[in-house]
Design a protein around this ligand. Structure first.
Ligand code: GLU
Length: 276
């Protein structure tokens, strides 16, 4: 009897140990016995990270992440996609919710205090999306206008600091909400990366309604975020990204995802090459 109790107690200890090692977005899947990897992406950004009505995922970030995961030893069916909104990304990595994040995530000195980055793998620029025929043509036109951006994004920060500190900024939690506001007239403009705005403008439901102003208001160097200190994963991801460019999978992902939006991307950046 006594022996049984001891066995039960050690079973609990063992179970706890197993659940602790399962943290870090890199765990065994109980059902299949196969390993799974959790990857953070956006769910509402067409052309970059989008959850389709049928539950599948598409976009440049999804293709980059899928390629990288394969190099880390995970097949597409072993990937669990997790939504990481702009304001949640550092926390998600610090908590170990995901192994890495590919979510239009710009490398910045401020973010590097909390997380590490592999890459960059794309260079985008901040721009404005407005209704066709709008008289907003430059950054300073935004002062006193209603402007939507997303909490925790560099886009919102840049507006407040430099582009148009007097703009009436409405921060929301995702860009799809901003686009809805632009369509309804609740806001006069939406600001974020041109790569993201082009994807929205090209959507069937918005076709012909919006235009990108075409300003390069900033340099956004997209990196893949990992937990601070995980240099092994950073190195592996950098190797994977280099391979993706060398074997032309990067070009294919650009064509597949940005082609329909006619987004003119910058050439593939070199690993470690940050454009200030
Ligand atoms: N790339 C910018 C950023 O990391 C804007 C896009 C986003 O919010 O994901 O903040």
């Amino acid at each position: 009897m006594k022996l049984r109790k001891v066995t039960a107690a050690s079973a609990v200890v063992l179970a706890l140990a197993v659940s602790v090692t399962a943290c870090g977005g890199d765990k065994k899947d109980d059902a299949s016995g196969g390993k799974k990897i959790k990857i953070g992406i956006k769910f509402d950004q067409p052309g970059l990270g989008l959850k389709q009505p049928d539950g599948s995922f598409s976009g440049f970030d999804v293709d980059v992440a899928t390629y990288v995961a394969k190099q880390l030893g995970y097949q597409p069916n072993q990937i669990e996609w997790v939504e990481t909104k702009s304001a949640d990304r550092e926390n998600a990595l610090q908590r170990g919710d995901v192994k890495f994040i590919a979510a239009t995530y710009s490398i910045t000195d401020e973010r590097k205090q909390k997380v590490d980055f592999a890459g960059p793998y794309l260079l985008a620029h901040q721009d404005l999306l407005v209704k066709k025929g709008s008289n907003i043509t430059k950054g300073t036109d935004l002062n006193s206008k209603k402007l939507c951006s997303v909490t925790g994004s560099t886009s919102a920060q840049n507006v407040q600091k430099t582009i148009a500190p007097k703009a009436n900024l409405r921060p929301l939690s995702g860009y799809s909400e901003c686009v809805a506001g632009l369509q309804s007239g609740a806001v006069d403009a939406l600001t974020t990366d041109d790569s993201i705005l082009a994807g929205f403008a090209a959507q069937d439901k918005y076709k012909g309604q919006f235009q990108l102003v075409g300003l390069k208001l900033s340099n956004e160097n997209y990196g893949i975020g990992v937990k601070k200190g995980d240099s092994t994963t950073v190195d592996k991801i950098n190797k994977a990204l280099e391979k993706m460019v060398a074997d032309k999978s990067w070009d294919k992902a650009v064509k597949d995802n940005f082609g329909p939006a006619r987004y003119k991307n910058e050439p593939a950046p070199k690993i470690g090459d940050i454009v200030k």
